[in-house]
Design a protein around this ligand. Structure first.
Ligand code: AMP
Length: 175
Protein backbone atom coordinates (compact mmCIF):
# COMPACT_ATOMS: atom_id res chain seq x y z
CA UNK A 1 0.00 0.00 0.00
CA UNK A 2 1.36 3.40 -0.92
CA UNK A 3 1.52 5.81 2.02
CA UNK A 4 0.70 8.64 -0.38
CA UNK A 5 -2.66 7.16 -1.33
CA UNK A 6 -3.45 6.50 2.33
CA UNK A 7 -2.69 10.09 3.38
CA UNK A 8 -4.58 11.49 0.42
CA UNK A 9 -7.67 9.49 1.44
CA UNK A 10 -7.25 10.61 5.07
CA UNK A 11 -7.07 14.25 4.01
CA UNK A 12 -10.18 14.07 1.80
CA UNK A 13 -12.65 11.77 3.59
CA UNK A 14 -15.33 13.14 5.89
CA UNK A 15 -16.61 11.62 9.13
CA UNK A 16 -20.32 11.95 9.85
CA UNK A 17 -21.35 10.98 13.40
CA UNK A 18 -24.61 9.11 14.04
CA UNK A 19 -25.45 8.33 10.41
CA UNK A 20 -27.46 6.42 9.25
CA UNK A 21 -28.13 5.39 12.88
CA UNK A 22 -27.03 6.64 16.31
CA UNK A 23 -23.60 5.24 17.20
CA UNK A 24 -22.43 4.75 13.59
CA UNK A 25 -19.49 6.91 12.53
CA UNK A 26 -20.22 7.14 8.79
CA UNK A 27 -17.17 7.51 6.54
CA UNK A 28 -18.17 9.71 3.62
CA UNK A 29 -15.83 9.01 0.71
CA UNK A 30 -17.65 11.28 -1.75
CA UNK A 31 -14.90 13.97 -1.60
CA UNK A 32 -12.22 11.32 -2.25
CA UNK A 33 -13.94 10.09 -5.43
CA UNK A 34 -14.68 13.66 -6.57
CA UNK A 35 -10.97 14.52 -6.45
CA UNK A 36 -9.15 13.93 -9.77
CA UNK A 37 -5.88 12.85 -8.12
CA UNK A 38 -7.77 10.78 -5.55
CA UNK A 39 -9.71 8.83 -8.17
CA UNK A 40 -6.63 8.28 -10.35
CA UNK A 41 -4.36 7.11 -7.51
CA UNK A 42 -7.00 4.84 -6.00
CA UNK A 43 -7.72 3.28 -9.38
CA UNK A 44 -4.01 2.67 -10.01
CA UNK A 45 -3.46 1.14 -6.56
CA UNK A 46 -6.48 -1.15 -6.84
CA UNK A 47 -5.47 -2.27 -10.35
CA UNK A 48 -1.98 -3.10 -9.07
CA UNK A 49 -3.54 -5.46 -6.52
CA UNK A 50 -5.53 -7.34 -9.13
CA UNK A 51 -3.07 -10.04 -10.18
CA UNK A 52 -4.75 -12.63 -12.39
CA UNK A 53 -8.26 -11.16 -12.42
CA UNK A 54 -10.11 -11.23 -15.77
CA UNK A 55 -13.25 -9.50 -14.47
CA UNK A 56 -13.94 -6.81 -11.87
CA UNK A 57 -17.10 -6.96 -9.74
CA UNK A 58 -18.19 -3.68 -8.11
CA UNK A 59 -20.60 -3.74 -5.16
CA UNK A 60 -23.69 -1.46 -5.18
CA UNK A 61 -23.31 1.50 -5.23
CA UNK A 62 -19.91 3.17 -4.64
CA UNK A 63 -18.19 -0.06 -5.71
CA UNK A 64 -19.66 0.55 -9.19
CA UNK A 65 -17.66 3.77 -9.60
CA UNK A 66 -14.38 2.24 -8.49
CA UNK A 67 -15.07 -1.10 -10.18
CA UNK A 68 -15.58 0.47 -13.60
CA UNK A 69 -12.45 2.62 -13.26
CA UNK A 70 -10.33 -0.38 -12.19
CA UNK A 71 -11.75 -2.55 -14.99
CA UNK A 72 -10.82 0.08 -17.60
CA UNK A 73 -7.30 0.22 -16.18
CA UNK A 74 -6.98 -3.59 -16.27
CA UNK A 75 -8.64 -3.97 -19.67
CA UNK A 76 -11.39 -6.23 -18.27
CA UNK A 77 -15.17 -5.96 -18.14
CA UNK A 78 -17.10 -4.99 -15.03
CA UNK A 79 -19.97 -6.78 -13.27
CA UNK A 80 -22.39 -4.82 -11.08
CA UNK A 81 -23.34 -6.69 -7.90
CA UNK A 82 -26.74 -5.15 -7.21
CA UNK A 83 -28.77 -4.65 -4.05
CA UNK A 84 -31.83 -6.92 -3.83
CA UNK A 85 -34.84 -6.24 -6.07
CA UNK A 86 -33.09 -4.23 -8.79
CA UNK A 87 -32.47 -6.98 -11.35
CA UNK A 88 -35.02 -8.88 -13.44
CA UNK A 89 -35.27 -12.65 -12.81
CA UNK A 90 -33.58 -15.06 -12.85
CA UNK A 91 -31.06 -13.92 -10.21
CA UNK A 92 -28.61 -15.47 -7.77
CA UNK A 93 -29.09 -13.98 -4.33
CA UNK A 94 -27.34 -13.79 -0.91
CA UNK A 95 -28.65 -12.14 2.27
CA UNK A 96 -26.19 -11.01 4.95
CA UNK A 97 -25.73 -8.88 8.10
CA UNK A 98 -24.42 -5.29 7.85
CA UNK A 99 -22.77 -3.13 10.52
CA UNK A 100 -26.31 -1.72 10.62
CA UNK A 101 -29.26 -3.95 9.55
CA UNK A 102 -29.38 -6.68 6.88
CA UNK A 103 -29.17 -6.58 3.10
CA UNK A 104 -29.35 -8.75 -0.01
CA UNK A 105 -26.98 -8.79 -2.97
CA UNK A 106 -27.87 -10.17 -6.40
CA UNK A 107 -26.30 -10.90 -9.78
CA UNK A 108 -27.96 -12.15 -12.97
CA UNK A 109 -28.25 -15.95 -13.22
CA UNK A 110 -28.36 -15.62 -17.03
CA UNK A 111 -26.57 -13.51 -19.61
CA UNK A 112 -23.03 -13.37 -18.16
CA UNK A 113 -21.23 -16.71 -17.99
CA UNK A 114 -19.12 -16.54 -14.84
CA UNK A 115 -17.94 -20.16 -14.93
CA UNK A 116 -14.18 -20.30 -14.23
CA UNK A 117 -13.83 -16.50 -14.36
CA UNK A 118 -11.21 -14.93 -12.06
CA UNK A 119 -12.88 -12.03 -10.32
CA UNK A 120 -11.60 -9.07 -8.28
CA UNK A 121 -14.26 -7.65 -5.92
CA UNK A 122 -14.18 -3.87 -5.43
CA UNK A 123 -16.01 -1.83 -2.77
CA UNK A 124 -15.56 1.42 -0.89
CA UNK A 125 -15.54 0.32 2.77
CA UNK A 126 -14.66 -2.98 4.48
CA UNK A 127 -16.39 -2.99 7.87
CA UNK A 128 -17.58 -6.38 9.29
CA UNK A 129 -16.82 -8.12 5.99
CA UNK A 130 -20.44 -9.28 5.60
CA UNK A 131 -20.92 -7.52 2.27
CA UNK A 132 -17.75 -8.82 0.64
CA UNK A 133 -18.42 -12.33 2.05
CA UNK A 134 -21.88 -12.31 0.48
CA UNK A 135 -20.34 -11.18 -2.83
CA UNK A 136 -17.83 -14.05 -2.62
CA UNK A 137 -20.64 -16.58 -2.00
CA UNK A 138 -22.63 -15.13 -4.89
CA UNK A 139 -19.72 -15.39 -7.34
CA UNK A 140 -18.99 -18.88 -6.01
CA UNK A 141 -22.63 -19.93 -6.72
CA UNK A 142 -22.07 -18.68 -10.29
CA UNK A 143 -18.97 -20.84 -10.74
CA UNK A 144 -16.40 -18.01 -10.61
CA UNK A 145 -13.21 -17.84 -8.54
CA UNK A 146 -12.67 -14.70 -6.47
CA UNK A 147 -8.97 -13.82 -6.64
CA UNK A 148 -9.10 -10.95 -4.14
CA UNK A 149 -10.93 -7.92 -2.81
CA UNK A 150 -9.84 -4.28 -3.01
CA UNK A 151 -11.38 -1.57 -0.81
CA UNK A 152 -10.67 2.10 -0.39
CA UNK A 153 -11.10 2.08 3.41
CA UNK A 154 -10.82 -0.66 6.06
CA UNK A 155 -12.36 -0.24 9.52
CA UNK A 156 -9.88 -2.48 11.32
CA UNK A 157 -11.78 -2.76 14.66
CA UNK A 158 -14.55 -4.69 12.91
CA UNK A 159 -12.24 -7.54 11.78
CA UNK A 160 -13.63 -7.88 8.26
CA UNK A 161 -10.26 -9.06 7.01
CA UNK A 162 -10.37 -12.08 9.38
CA UNK A 163 -13.90 -12.97 8.28
CA UNK A 164 -12.62 -13.06 4.69
CA UNK A 165 -9.52 -15.23 5.39
CA UNK A 166 -7.85 -16.61 3.26
CA UNK A 167 -9.02 -14.15 0.58
CA UNK A 168 -6.30 -11.56 -0.23
CA UNK A 169 -7.67 -8.13 0.75
CA UNK A 170 -6.06 -4.86 -0.34
CA UNK A 171 -7.15 -1.75 1.58
CA UNK A 172 -5.75 1.64 0.63
CA UNK A 173 -6.45 3.33 3.98
CA UNK A 174 -7.04 1.83 7.45
CA UNK A 175 -8.64 3.40 10.48
P1 AMP B 1 -19.64 -4.62 5.97
O1 AMP B 1 -20.56 -5.57 5.28
O2 AMP B 1 -19.93 -4.53 7.45
O3 AMP B 1 -18.19 -4.92 5.69
O4 AMP B 1 -19.98 -3.17 5.44
C1 AMP B 1 -19.48 -2.73 4.24
C2 AMP B 1 -20.51 -1.94 3.48
O5 AMP B 1 -21.30 -1.09 4.31
C3 AMP B 1 -19.83 -1.05 2.47
O6 AMP B 1 -20.48 -1.26 1.24
C4 AMP B 1 -20.02 0.35 2.99
O7 AMP B 1 -20.53 1.15 1.96
C5 AMP B 1 -20.99 0.28 4.12
N1 AMP B 1 -20.49 0.76 5.42
C6 AMP B 1 -20.40 0.02 6.55
N2 AMP B 1 -19.96 0.74 7.57
C7 AMP B 1 -19.74 1.98 7.11
C8 AMP B 1 -19.27 3.20 7.70
N3 AMP B 1 -18.95 3.28 8.99
N4 AMP B 1 -19.15 4.26 6.90
C9 AMP B 1 -19.48 4.18 5.59
N5 AMP B 1 -19.94 3.09 4.99
C10 AMP B 1 -20.08 1.99 5.72
Amino acid sequence: MSGDVSSLIASLMREVPDFPEPGIQFKDLTPVLADARGLAEITDAMAESAAGADLVAGIDARGFLLGAAVALKLGTGVLAIRKGGKLPPPVLSETYALEYGTATLEIPADGVDLTNRSVLIVDDVLATGGTVSAAVRLLDQAGATVTGAAVLLELTDLNGREVLTPLPVTSLHRV
